[in-house]
Design a binder for this molecule. Structure first.
Ligand code: DGL
Length: 261
């Protein structure tokens, strides 16, 4: 059986694992690689030039060393900035993850909450999405690195305080009926966000990205033995709470985290 070449999923931290899970649910036959740039985490606080430079360098290097078929930039903060330069630099298709403003605008009757990183909520790319698709719906923005940190903790099995999440999201209360999870870390906190914003519809990009990957590569055949997990997962720095992280990523189909240098 022909072995499909792998999909690379990239983020600054564990957030991209929410996108990986959505893709793998749809396409369990594929091989996956996960790469995260924890040396520069959180991306939401990084200067634009630094981010462009890092992401381009890391991904072109990784793709050159492994036979990657498609790169998924499972990070809104990076995708809203680096896609043009990355697409120019790479010989393979690059799929970006950006805030799902369009589907949110189709559903919203009252208002949209855009919950993302401080960088993403202020990007010209994001403003353009809002102007094009949500011009007639009020969009209320929350840019929060604290939520990113909480998601990193939760994935490692550390309890998060629902009151802290409610406090961060309090400005959205009674103003919205749809919220966009515009950071790939936030689907990891879906239950807590759902509780804090009772009655609000939450939208993330995971399913749409999985469909996009499927369209791009065509539907592969049956699952082959050679494609069974564990998949490689690589970090750019020794990970925080490595033991807890390794336990969790194993459950998601990966081997232990390998650090680049
Ligand atoms: N997961 C990322 C995103 O989708 C970035 C989080 C961060 O590093 O600030 O935006």
């Amino acid at each position: 059986m022909q072995q499909p070449t792998p999909i690379l999923v990239f983020d600054s931290g564990v957030g991209g694992l929410s996108v990986y899970q959505a893709i793998r649910r749809r396409l369990p036959q594929l091989q996956y690689h996960y790469l995260f740039d924890n040396a520069a985490h959180p991306y939401g606080e990084l200067a634009a030039e630094t981010l462009v430079h890092r992401v381009n360098r890391l991904i072109t290097h990784y793709v050159a060393q492994h036979e990657i078929q498609v790169a998924v930039i499972a990070c809104n903060t990076a995708s809203t900035l680096v896609l043009p330069s990355l697409r120019q630099a790479l010989p393979i298709p690059v799929i970006g993850v950006v805030p799902a403003i369009k589907p949110a605008a189709e559903l919203a009757k009252k208002g949209i909450g855009l919950i993302a990183t401080p960088a993403t909520v202020n990007r010209p790319y994001t403003q353009d999405l809002i102007d094009r698709f949500a011009a007639h719906t009020p969009v209320h923005r929350i840019g929060s690195t604290a939520l990113v940190t909480l998601a990193e903790k939760k994935l490692r099995g550390i309890a998060v305080d629902p009151a802290e999440i409610a406090r961060i999201l309090a400005p959205l209360k009674d103003r919205i009926d749809v919220a966009v999870l515009g950071c790939t870390h936030f689907p990891l906190l879906k239950d807590e966000i759902d509780q804090a914003l009772a009655g609000v519809t939450l939208i993330d990009s995971g399913e749409a990205i999985a469909r996009r990957v499927e369209t791009l590569i065509g539907h592969p055949g049956a699952i082959g033995e050679a494609n069974a997990a564990p998949y490689p997962i690589t970090s750019s720095a020794p990970p925080w709470q490595a033991d807890a992280l390794n336990r969790q990523v194993r459950k998601l189909g990966f081997s232990a985290v390998r650090c680049l240098h």
